[in-house]
Design a protein around this ligand. Structure first.
Ligand code: CA2
Length: 142
């Protein structure tokens, strides 16, 4: 099976605890449990509120992970450092947003990470993570 790193950025540890009208009622632990239940890849699941930590994990993925699924949270809209780290990774990258960032405030419409991502999923709720895994499983097996 392929190795997929699922990375979540700032405040996503609060998933399911606040703002359910935007982000739904599932927690990040629920996302991990449901993602593992799909049994599509060997998953490494991480979350950090710190930009440098996310950069370190992306760098460490080089040579060990086949693909990255990343919800960079608010760093999507600000972080050239995360974009640069992802650019040093060879495998496919899928960017996931739980909400449809294009339906929200203008400052959320641009993501630096999208310039590196093979695919961008926004607005499917947590289903976006599972859609990313399904697409990667098909892509990496062909
Ligand atoms: O829609 C997404 O997945 C976002 O990446 C979520 C980020 C936001 O800054 C992006 O623009 C879009 C925010 C994550 C905050 O998550 C919370 C979850 C529950 C309660 C409070 C925050």
């Amino acid at each position: 099976m392929t190795n997929v790193l699922i990375l979540n950025g700032p405040n996503l540890n609060l998933l399911g605890q606040r703002e359910p009208h935007i982000y739904g009622a599932d927690t990040l632990a629920d996302v991990e449990t449901k993602a593992r239940a799909l049994d599509l890849a060997d998953l490494t699941f991480k979350q950090s509120n710190h930009e440098g930590q996310l950069v370190d994990w992306i760098q460490e993925a080089r040579g060990t992970m086949d693909a990255i699924v990343i919800n960079p949270g608010a760093y999507s809209h600000t972080s050239v450092a995360i974009l640069d780290a992802l650019s040093s990774f060879d495998g496919p990258v899928v960017e996931v947003h739980i909400s449809n960032i294009h339906k929200r405030e203008a400052f959320r419409h641009h993501s630096y990470v999208s310039a590196r991502a093979e695919a961008v999923i926004a607005g499917l709720g947590i289903e976006g993570y599972f859609a990313a895994l399904r697409w990667l499983a098909a892509r990496l097996s062909s």
